[in-house]
Every structure is written in structure tokens, then in C-alpha cells.
Design a protein around this ligand. Sequence first.
Ligand code: HEM
Length: 424
Amino acid sequence: QIGVLRTGGLALAVGGDRVARLLHRPWRLDPYPVYRDLRAAQIAPGGGPVRSRTGITAVATHASCAAVLRDRRFGVRLADGRRRMDEGGAGGAAAAVFEPVDLSLLTLDPPDHTRLRRLAQPAFSPHRLVEYRAVAEDVAARLLDEALARDRREGRFDLVRDLASPLPITVISALLAVPAVDRERFARWGRVLGSALDGVRSPAHARQLADSTADLRELFGGLLELRRREPGDDVVSALATAVDDGGATVDEVLALAQLLLVAGFETTTNLIGNAVRALLAEPGQWRALTGDPSLAAAAVEETLRFDPPVQLTARVAHEDTEVDGVPIRRDHGVLVLLGAAGRDPAAHRDPDRFDVRRARTSAHLAFSSGAHYCLGAPLARLEAEVALRLLAERAPRLRVAGRAVPRVATVLRGPLRFPVSAGA
Ligand code: HEM
């Protein structure tokens, strides 16, 4: 039986074998034993990265994941630049197109990728990050006031609904200079489109994505027009200028703005959710953070290694090559298991232990590596750090107050709901 494993830009067929377990519900809820098994097979004498019967190869060690991500012989499209594999083409459905949402950079190879990535880069300059920090601190403090008031009334609040989800969307609204009146709709579309990072589940899901895309294009189209007439000091103005200078088409900049919303929303929500879950699962870890809230940044890095919000990505070989001794044919897909890399004992001592005091936790692949390295990494880090520090300072007796509801997905990982109480 063939199943399709979808990442943001690619759909990879896997079937009836060890790699395909990643599609099954119990392993979606806890994929780490599957990763361990795939890694063991990869490093066994005479072994190598495990290949699915469909031709997809899964890489599960830190070194091999990093090598594929940094290797220019791999891209996110087929070697000839197309995105769709013809029926019966090499590798079966090894790579296929993802239609309803244009995920811009995530689906582009150089030179288009290089040109458009340059346009988005100024949105993450150091002086911009200082501004975003102020916004994040302000928003997080206000959200936590409301959450703690709810906690006093109801005996608990929902970490995801009340803090982890609204925080990133408000910061991205500021980044894209979305007017206050449009922010609620913007958040709703963001939630729908964010699910695109995990692939399209059904025709109904595809329609929902297409509708939200159309609405969002209208909003961004209006913003772009406004900034064309009255340029400001924001990323949308820079995109409008690029269109006027012939550096990009309107479609390209609309997709780029949409990607900034999609890529920065659920991912950051999951990071905050996964961090609090791991911290509360080990009383000593939460105590370490409340005793020294400056450990918040280290706790964020440790979460990115231990339980990353984006578990995997994929690449397509642009020429016949090999990984760890296993040949990979041109146009065949490689599954890069970012979540497995963080648990590789060859890269991290005692990898299944969550420890905020771990030395050098930043050597993980949670933000990918190479040409597609996450543009928003500094922003994600600062938002999560602000949230954790504030929680540790203002709710030092935080505890789990009900059953968390996990997301059942292969790419994104994190709680959908997480009841907690400040225990005051
Ligand atoms: C790309 C993870 C937050 C914007 C990526 C990729 C990963 C990732 C793994 C690369 C995928 C690949 O190599 O195929 C994360 C995680 C986040 C996060 C775990 C939060 C914890 C953000 C934020 C933004 C953002 C806050 C912006 C507002 C982007 C963009 C790309 C990207 C634009 C595409 C880069 C390219 O293709 O050149 N992210 N991300 N991300 N991320 Fe993030």
C-alpha cells in the first residue's frame, strides 16, 4: 500500500515499509522510536539510509541530514525545474507538485530562490529584530495578563489558545504592517494556510486553502498598492519597490508575503507549546528556569533539538549521486528527518534527555541548513524566549491542568491544546 508523505513543497510516495510507518497514527504521535530504528539501520555495518520501495530514501543521522541540506546537487524541484513528475517517471511519484498554496521560497531553486530570498532578508535585519522584540514583549505581557485572569476565574488557561498561538500572529502582523482592522481575518487565514506546511489532506482541505489564499491575496494586494503610493519603512514597501523596479512580479511578492505568514505562525506556536511541555514534564527543568529565567534562550534551543516543531523536510536529487554509500538517482526524493538528527547520539550526548543546561545546544537542524535555512529563525527564537521568560517570572508554579491534545501530523509537531494553571 502506497501512502503519500507531504512536506511544504513536495509530496513523496512511501509504501509498505519502515519509512511508511511515519504516516501511521501511533508514530505520528511519537515518531522518535521510528527515527531511532531508521538511524540504527543507516549506521549498521553494510547498512545505509533506508530506502522505501517507492524509491524515496530517508536520512536519519545528523551528519547525513546536514550533508543533504547543504549539498547543491539537491533541490526542491525536479532537475529540469519542473515540479510535477510525469506518470511513470523516474522514482514513481517521488516528487510531485503541491497546488493550492504557492509556498514561494520553499518550492524554488536558484536563481529564482536567491533573487526572492534577498527581497525578504531585510525584514530580519538586526534593527528590525529590536523592534519585533519590543512588540513581542508587549503582546506577550498583555496575553499573559488575560490568561492569568482566566486562570483565576476558571482554574486554568490554555497555553496554546491564550499565548502560543496569538503571540506569533500579532508579531507577523506588525512585520507585514497589516492594519489593525484586518488582523483578525489575517489570523484566521494564517491558521488555515499554516496547515499547508503539513500537506493537503483532502479535496475539501484543498478548497479551504484555495479560498484562504484568494482572500489573503486580496488583502496583500491592497497593502502592496497602498505601499506603492505611500512607501513606508516595512517589508511590504520593499516588495512594492521590487515590483516597480522589475525585480519581481506581483505574483512572486504576494506568494512571498504569504509564506512569511504561513512559515512563522504555527511553527512558533508549536515551539512554545513543545518547550513548556518538555519543561513541565521534568520538574527539575522547570525549576531550573524559574530559578534563573535567563535560561529561557537555552530552553528554546534545547526544545529545538529535542522536539522540533518542523520534523522533516525533503529534497530531490538534481543528478545521480549518493548519500552515505547509497546511490540516489536523479529526480529521486530524499526525506530529511530533522527530528531524528536532534536525537542522534553521534551529535548529542544522552540525546533523549531534555536538559536546559546542556552545552552547545544550538547545533541542531530544527531550522534546516543550507540555501533554505529558516529566514525567520532569529524571530522565532526571540518570540519563544520572551514567552518562556515571562511565564517563568510571572507563573513560577505553572503546572499541567488537564490533558494536552496533540496535533496528529507528520511535518508539524506540537500540542493543539494544552491546559495549564499558574497554581496560585
Ligand atoms: C524555512 C523551521 C519560524 C520564515 C524554514 C525551514 C525550516 C523552518 C525547517 C526550511 C525548510 C527546508 O529546508 O525545506 C522553522 C521553525 C520555526 C520557524 C521550527 C519556529 C520555531 C519562522 C518564522 C518565520 C519563518 C517566525 C518568519 C516570519 C521562514 C521562511 C522560510 C523558512 C521565509 C523559507 C526559506 C527558504 O526557503 O529560503 N523554517 N521556522 N520561519 N522559514 Fe522558518
